[in-house]
Design a protein around this ligand. Sequence first.
Ligand SMILES: [Zn+2]
Length: 361
Amino acid sequence: MNLVQYNHLPEGLLERPASSLYKQLDGPTLIHIPGEIETPLFISVLQHGNENTGWEAVRRLLKGYSNAKQLPRSISLLIGNVQAARFNRRRLDEQLDFNRCWPTSKPGEEKSELHKVFREVLEVMRVKKPFAAIDIHNNTGQNPHYAAINRLDNKFFHLAKLFSDTVVYFTIPEGVLSNAFADICPAITLECGLAGDTHGTDHSLAYLELLLRLKALNNTPVKDIGLFHMVATVKVAPGLEIGFNGSQCDLVLPPELDHLNFQEIPSNTTFGSVRKGLSRPLITTDMHGMDVTNRYFRIQANQVLTTRPVMPSMLTVNERVIRQDCLCYLMERMDPTQSSNRRDEPLPEPTGLDAVGVKTI
Ligand SMILES: [Zn+2]
């Protein structure tokens, strides 16, 4: 596998939906399009083949500049997994997950051909000193749009805030694009809701347009963002019957519990009721697998109540998912003014979970 590069937009490419890009591109392709400001904005689309919002936004963006109208700033566009996009899949069975293959090891120690290709992308872009790097994704649940970063740094906060007031800081999983680019320039992963939702395309298009015109990123402290990091996983204790409103089960969950996703909820929010005498219906573990149930939940008058402000994600009322996976993940608020510009972050890190519990990034 080789990285293919172009110094212009290949003719006809913008006419293609993600599912037919494979007819024109063989694999990961890096396209440099000149603009008035030479320093490029790096944009990545289709790291996951079924997440087409980024490509749809870029198509619309570039069509607006097709008649000899110059871009305000150069763009370096990486088009990722066109083979998986053909079949509307995240990746094909025989493929690695593209957004886990950005090299974290030293040059020459890449684990796969794809790691080598992405190393080459990084080295090409390092020379070009990008203004910022934007990796555009979708997710599967009904989550709001949000921005995710891998550095606690003012410029990263500002880059994120221009997209969303909700910012998620993550360090796991390894091998994601935004983390690799964070060594080169301010970098961000955008989560744009469900693929195919035009609101996600409109939002990312407006964001890219704004960045192309922006002269510099602010490096001052940011106060007014909601910065969250992942702290715990919540499971239902093994062997308990789970029911929903009105049923006579060990644990009865409110049927609209999933409406709390990505809501910052105060202490004493109910997660349901329990059969009398049950003291630990939910088991909560931190990123190291330690039991921290008492830090987040208590029982009072047979109600399961939160003990501190948290923001759940992936909350589900699907019993099968609850049993196979978990009830939810918990995030906690961080103060961006206390955490900016720290590169060696001592926070507990998630293990074995995708990024922020939304299983997408
Ligand atoms: Zn993705």
